[in-house]
Design a protein around this ligand. Structure first.
Ligand code: GMT
Length: 376
């Protein structure tokens, strides 16, 4: 199949999922065209079946806001015609589904019918799309998609509750590539560089937005380090980072917390991690938790959104109500203070992650694409 993938090219989960999906589809022989405003961060190597087309939005002083949707829909039209693309898969409703629909209409005018699959990722529904300024356009674009998927049952439920959706929504969970070298890398884990042998290593990875409850991450760690020697690795960047650095200073734990900024070497950081923290306000899926689990790292998370569909209570980690930092720290200590329990949770985390192996999930997308193409 010849497929155009529209996504955000950034470190966010939706862009990562879209990129990994495209790369695996390309490995399976499909022709993949990424169409976005810059090269997706995980698209390091271009291979034979992978194309990348940049959407350029010329700056013009008249425009207070540069019209990205217009440029994207025009680019989609051009690329579909040039490469004979058979299907559009847009990740994140805003504004991709909207632009995709406009492209479909323009192409229809020229006698080309192309199906569009829209994948909902979470913030496009729960945080942004639900805003009254966007809601009519988001509802419209979801209803005008040929097929709609959601990354968790919880997100599907939220979408049906918040929007007037007439389309079926199929749940296709996010996935992970489980490779041997995620767990047993050729390069030995540099644990000693980061911590003393007696210290447990705890990690948080996110875009440091409010929804991630960064102060909770610090408070959970503060409680942990009062009981056992430990280090906290904070990976990522975003609006809450500076506040977090100050909080560490106020609590007197700045020497135990390392801020890395954005990193492309997540696996190298996770390989030396004992426990992952994700106390988010909401999380449609929690890809970062799954990435940790795939590296044999148990997870302490909140129980909001789709997190319970990924992190299994008492198996791969523990889940608590949002904001219950005391319980989260207690649960973390339950795992971290007992070597055999830690090993058991690590094994379980990997076993649960294997259920989300890309090899199990990808055929679900392939089947959907085929159905969509057959529709026209
Ligand atoms: O979590 C973020 O802020 C980024 C956001 C995105 O759109 O990239 O992540 C959402 O999509 C991910 C991939 O499907 C999910 O794993 C995240 O849980 C979801 N984030 C939220 O729902 C807050």
């Amino acid at each position: 199949m010849k497929i155009a993938i529209v996504c955000y090219p950034t470190f966010g989960g939706s862009g990562v999922v879209a990129t990994e999906l495209g790369l695996e589809l390309a490995r399976r022989g499909h022709e993949i065209h990424f169409i976005t405003y810059s090269q997706p961060v995980r698209l390091a190597l271009l291979s034979k079946n992978v194309h990348y087309h940049e959407v350029n939005v010329p700056e013009y002083p008249l425009f207070h806001y540069q019209p990205y949707e217009l440029a994207l829909s025009s680019k989609l039209v051009d690329m579909v015609k040039l490469y004979k693309i058979e299907l559009l898969h847009v990740h994140y409703a805003i504004p991709h589904a909207y632009a995709g629909y406009m492209a479909k209409q323009m192409l229809k005018d020229e006698g080309i019918n192309i199906p569009m699959v829209t994948t909902l990722h979470g913030t496009d529904i729960t945080l942004v799309g639900n805003h009254p300024f966007y809601k009519p356009a988001v509802t419209f674009s979801i209803n005008k998609s040929d097929f709609v998927t959601s990354v968790s049952q919880s997100l599907k439920d939220a979408t049906l509750e918040l929007f007037n959706i007439k389309n079926e929504i199929e749940v296709i969970p996010n996935f992970i590539e489980i490779t041997k070298n995620r767990v047993e890398s050729d390069v030995p884990c540099q644990r000693s560089v980061m911590a003393e042998p007696s210290e447990r290593i705890i990690t948080h990875i996110s875009n440091f937005r409010k929804v991630k409850r960064i102060p909770d991450v610090i408070k959970i760690f503060y409680n942990i380090q009062k009981q056992i020697p430990a280090k906290l690795m904070m990976v990522g960047d975003g609006p809450e980072k500076e506040k977090a650095e100050h909080l560490c200073q106020e609590l007197g734990i700045e020497n135990k917390v390392i801020f890395f900024g954005n990193s492309n070497e997540i696996d190298k950081i996770l390989c030396l991690t004992d426990l992952f923290l994700l106390p988010s306000e909401t999380e449609s899926f929690g890809l970062a938790a799954l990435e940790a689990m795939a590296c044999r790292v148990p997870v302490i998370s909140s129980n909001s959104g789709g997190l319970a569909e990924v992190n299994f209570e008492g198996v791969s980690g523990y889940l608590s109500d949002v904001g219950n930092v005391e319980e989260m720290a207690e649960n973390a200590l339950k795992i971290l203070t007992d070597d055999s329990k830690l090993e058991e949770f690590k094994d379980n985390a990997l076993a649960v992650a294997k259920q989300f192996d890309i090899q199990n999930i990808l055929p679900l997308y392939e089947a959907l694409y085929q159905k969509a193409i057959n529709k026209y």
